[in-house]
Write a protein that binds this ligand. Structure first.
Ligand SMILES: C[S@@+](CC[C@H](N)C(=O)[O-])C[C@H]1O[C@@H](n2cnc3c(N)ncnc32)[C@H](O)[C@@H]1O
Length: 404
């Protein structure tokens, strides 16, 4: 068993922990921004392929204690780098400090440079040729975390490798460069905190590029979040950095089970897609363009057109389909940017959202993502749940309403 760390959007650590339950990890520890756990590399890869909440999954490769910047590089050479890396590997190093250590160092970039020196010096001494730096597509992206050491007066450097090599919110259903206002793993994690049981229709009347609907469809039809990446692998591409990492390539016992797992997840998704029903997802927006992005992504996943209803319409005029007396609505209405002065139009919009929920959505559970207290207070409905989380550095709330 090895040590792993999975990161996630802040505020959703408990959701990640719940999602991880079925993987039976050992020594699970919830930390700020993620989970530490122990498991086998194959089980960690299985988790990486199936987690909808994690941003990245890291495998620990070594650690060392040090007192100051000066002896960081020297002590980091205790890690057997030439066994871990190939000389033709490409690396990138990111450094992070735990909260207790913050302020002890000028900047994290300098620590990354020191670790790079340690790696390079080890290779020059022992192998002649050395790994090179690639800031865009390294096959060996490293994370150096600095924490207090149990040894008095010392710090501990923990070095891990990023297994996917990209943030897992990038599902592959959007062309690169099209970032949704809400990250895919955050949207999935928020959906998991609602009462949606995947069996009733899901509505988003401010759907934009449709992240909630796309994530909901992947959940309902049992499509792994890495499904598109798994399909790309079949075309002969490497989809995950670990496929090009020495530890994985050396381990003959892991390769076939990994291939089987990929096949299993593809088969499960195809089966889920073939069972999709009519009108199970409803998206609308006042602007047509983002809805075009939703439809493109829907097609990229291979979801049937019949399961999605779309409309260009003011959210305040949307009513649920007559055939359904209940369902779930989840949406993030416009929130503006942090304003010095409140925006009266937005205040009115939030008031109207409350009124429309009351009048048009009886029998539904509605969930609103809100960033600014001044606007959410305009919704004159009692909340049935509220949860705080971070979208990047912005503190937001998920507010639930049961509508009778
Ligand atoms: C914060 S974005 C939603 C982003 C979305 N969750 C996504 O995944 O792309 C808000 C959306 O509300 C839409 N919008 C603004 N006013 C609206 C209104 N009155 N009715 C419907 N949509 C509206 C905007 O066009 C925008 O796409």
């Amino acid at each position: 068993m090895k040590n792993f760390f999975a990161s996630c959007p802040r505020g959703l650590e408990e959701t990640l922990n719940q999602e991880a339950t079925r993987f039976n990890f050992n020594h699970v520890e919830i930390t700020r921004g993620g989970l530490n756990f122990k498991t086998t590399p194959l089980n960690a890869i299985n988790f990486l392929l199936e987690t909808r909440v994690a941003s990245r999954v890291y495998k620990e490769i070594g650690s060392f204690d040090f007192r100051n910047e000066k002896d960081l590089a020297k002590n980091a050479m205790q890690i057997p780098w030439t066994k871990i890396l190939n000389p033709d590997d490409t690396i990138k190093i990111t450094s992070l400090f735990s909260r207790e250590v913050m302020g002890k160092f000028k900047n994290s970039h300098y620590l990354s440079l020191l670790l790079k020196d340690a790696i390079v010096d080890t290779f020059v001494e022992k192998a002649g040729k050395r790994p090179s730096i690639d800031l865009d597509h390294p096959n060996f992206p490293l994370l150096l975390r600095i924490e207090p050491s149990p040894k008095k007066g010392e710090l501990r450097g923990i070095v891990s490798v990023d297994l996917a090599g990209h943030s897992l919110h990038l599902r592959g259903y959007r062309a690169s460069g099209h970032e949704a206002p809400i990250k895919e793993n955050l949207a999935a994690a928020l959906l998991m905190n609602t009462s949606w049981n995947k069996e009733v229709p899901l509505y988003d009347p401010f759907c934009g590029s449709g992240t909630f609907l796309l994530e909901g469809a992947m959940m309902r039809y049992q499509i792994a979040p890495t499904y598109i990446k798994l399909l790309n692998r079949k075309e002969g591409h490497y989809s995950f950095a670990f496929e090009r990492q020495k530890w994985f390539q050396k381990d003959q016992a892991i390769k076939q089970p990994f291939e089987n797992l990929c096949e299993e997840l593809i088969a499960r998704a195809k089966n889920g897609i073939s069972n999709a029903g009519v009108g199970e997802f409803h998206g609308s927006d006042i602007v047509a363009d983002p809805i075009g992005m939703l439809m493109e992504a829907w097609q990229t996943i291979g979801l049937p057109r019949k399961s999605l209803r779309i409309n260009v319409i003011n959210a305040l005029d949307v009513q649920p389909d007559d055939n359904f007396s209940n369902g779930v609505l989840i949406t993030n209405p416009p929130y503006g940017v942090r304003l010095e002065e409140k925006d009266e139009k937005l205040e009115k919009l939030y008031y109207d959202i409350g009124e429309s929920l009351k009048n048009n959505w009886k029998g539904f559970n509605a969930y609103i993502i809100s960033q600014e207290a001044i606007y959410r207070k305009k919704i004159s409905l009692r909340t049935s749940m509220r949860m705080s989380f971070y979208n990047g550095s912005l503190e937001c709330r998920l507010l639930g309403y049961e509508l009778y």
